[in-house]
Write a new protein. Structure first.
Lengths: 96, 403
């Protein structure tokens, strides 16, 4: 099912208006090993459930924002600009 | 003919799970069943194939049945070519007509850049002994006379990569034929048996917990495509995979007028006409991740618009069905095949949009891995470990747009 997203600046739009930026992931340490860096680059949690993720309003204001969405139903729980985002739901990752 | 109308069951439906199996295959799709089929050759028959729904209910029953081997990397081309060769003999091997039609495969080019990339692919393919060559618009017109090749379109056709051994096959028959053979060899097929957890002790998986009871397992294989991450989580193995939907649709049957598979990367479509006359059309994956297999309207809009540019004759054809399946996309568009850091837990994952065409060779190589405990050379480049080393096998150019 296609779904709607609410851009924090522009309001409700179809998902095709947006670019998907992937799940929010933990940044590696300051001097990561080769393996840590590759893990950060390639490996994903890919959860079936609530996922904290990045979106960009590509065909609109071009702002990056955060959302939490249930990947089993595509229900979007909330969207917010990074500085206004609620604390993460249990089981989701935070950018550190 | 008798086989086509048989009333006997083609495989047993065992009532109970045994307490222990030498090999537990998770996923009753084309890969899982092919592995069970080829394990016979090694005399390994104490095998269970566990499927959470009916067999072939996932990607094996949702793909667009296209087979080809004209990949971009030598590793990929070699691997998929071995698969097409196995498919060529599979009807005979399984004694079951899989309706494989090697009608040829055209990947359209719409720019000089695309022609360059395809010339490169053709050379890689030829070095591997794969029939694949670059052709111009005139030859495209000869191979697909019903297709509109004229210059006054959004995407004028500058040429194509022609791959004569490519074609289409009856995908459900592949599942059924493999299931029948696996069953005849002694493997048990357990549909409606969902894996709920894996028991890990040190570097080994010792047991599989299912919705119908727990079993002990010598070796566990994860052949669950879109759900690979979830099964690997149970084993404590991380994967570099994201799950997306890929969609396809068919029109009502019309008289035959296309006997070649047509793919356009730039237009994001692939089209073939089935033996029943239906046009089978597929598009690109949705960019966002999801586990929900429901289709989108923008898919139908984009796909039909592009299809009509190539085949205006279909203007009044009605869509019979549209559907979505889950794809386990890897970062380099190559599979993740073989060993993991857990000693007796192997994966066939990261299949994105190209898993079905690899089913027999996956089965054969995974069976060999299980039987000999050595990774076959053909699949060594596709080890999970490559992502930790950043040693990728990039098929972006030949697989990013499906088929």
């Amino acid at each position: 099912m296609s779904f709607l997203l609410t851009c924090p600046n522009c309001g409700v739009r179809e998902v095709t208006d947006f670019g998907f930026g992937g799940e929010v992931s933990q940044r590696p340490t300051e001097r990561p090993t080769w393996r840590e860096l590759n893990t950060y680059n390639y490996f994903r949690r890919n959860v079936a459930g609530v996922q904290r993720e990045w979106w960009v309003h590509r065909s609109g204001c071009r702002a990056w924002f955060l959302a939490e969405r249930d990947t089993r139903t595509n229900e979007v729980l909330w969207t917010a600009l990074p500085n206004a985002a609620p604390s993460p739901s249990p089981g989701t990752a935070v950018a550190s | 003919m008798r086989d086509l109308f048989r009333k006997r069951r083609m495989w047993r439906r065992p009532t109970e799970l045994k307490s222990s199996y030498d090999v537990v295959v998770i996923g009753g799709g084309s890969h899982g069943l092919a592995t069970a089929h080829y394990l016979r050759e090694h005399g390994i028959t104490n095998v269970a194939v566990l499927e959470k729904s009916y067999i072939g209910s996932g990607a094996a029953g949702r793909n667009t049945t296209i087979l080809r081997s004209n990949y971009k990397t030598p590793e990929g081309a070699r691997f998929y070519d071995a698969s097409v060769k196995l498919y060529e003999g599979l009807s005979r091997e399984l004694d079951f007509n899989l309706l494989f039609s090697q009608c040829g495969h055209l990947t359209l080019a719409h720019s000089d850049r695309a022609m360059f990339v395809m010339a490169n692919r053709a050379e890689v393919n030829r070095l591997q002994g794969i029939d694949s060559r670059l052709i111009g618009p005139d030859e495209v017109k000869q191979l697909a006379p019903a297709m509109y090749v004229g210059p006054d379109t959004s995407y004028p056709i500058t040429g194509a990569l022609h791959h004569p051994p490519g074609g289409i096959i009856r995908h459900d028959a592949v599942v059924w034929g493999l299931a029948r053979s696996a069953d005849a060899g002694g493997a048990e097929i357990h549909p409606y048996t969902e894996v709920l957890g894996l028991d890990r002790s040190g570097d080994r998986i010792t047991g599989v917990r299912t919705s119908r009871g727990d079993v002990r397992a010598g070796v566990v294989l994860n052949c669950t495509a879109g759900w690979s991450t979830l099964l690997c989580d149970m084993a404590g193995v991380q994967l570099p995979i994201t799950t997306h939907i890929l969609q396809a649709c068919v029109t009502e049957p019309v008289k035959p007028f296309l006997d070649v598979v047509v793919v356009s990367s730039q237009m994001h479509i692939y089209i073939s006409q089935s033996d029943r006359g239906e046009f089978v059309m597929g598009s690109e994956i949705e960019p966002w991740t999801t586990y929900r297999t429901q289709g989108t309207l923008n898919f139908l809009q984009d796909l039909t618009r592009h299809t009509l540019e190539l085949f205006p004759q279909l203007e009044h054809a009605r869509i019979l069905r549209a559907w979505a399946g889950l794809c386990d996309l890897s970062p380099d568009y190559s599979p993740i095949l073989g060993r993991t850091e857990v000693e007796n837990f192997h994966v066939s994952a990261g299949w994105g949009t190209y898993g079905f065409k690899a089913a027999p060779i996956v089965g054969k190589t995974l069976a060999e891995l299980v039987a000999t405990d050595r990774t076959p050379e053909l699949i060594a480049p596709f080890a999970l470990e490559r992502f930790y080393r950043d040693d990728l096998v990039s098929e972006l150019a030949a697989a990013a747009v499906s088929h």
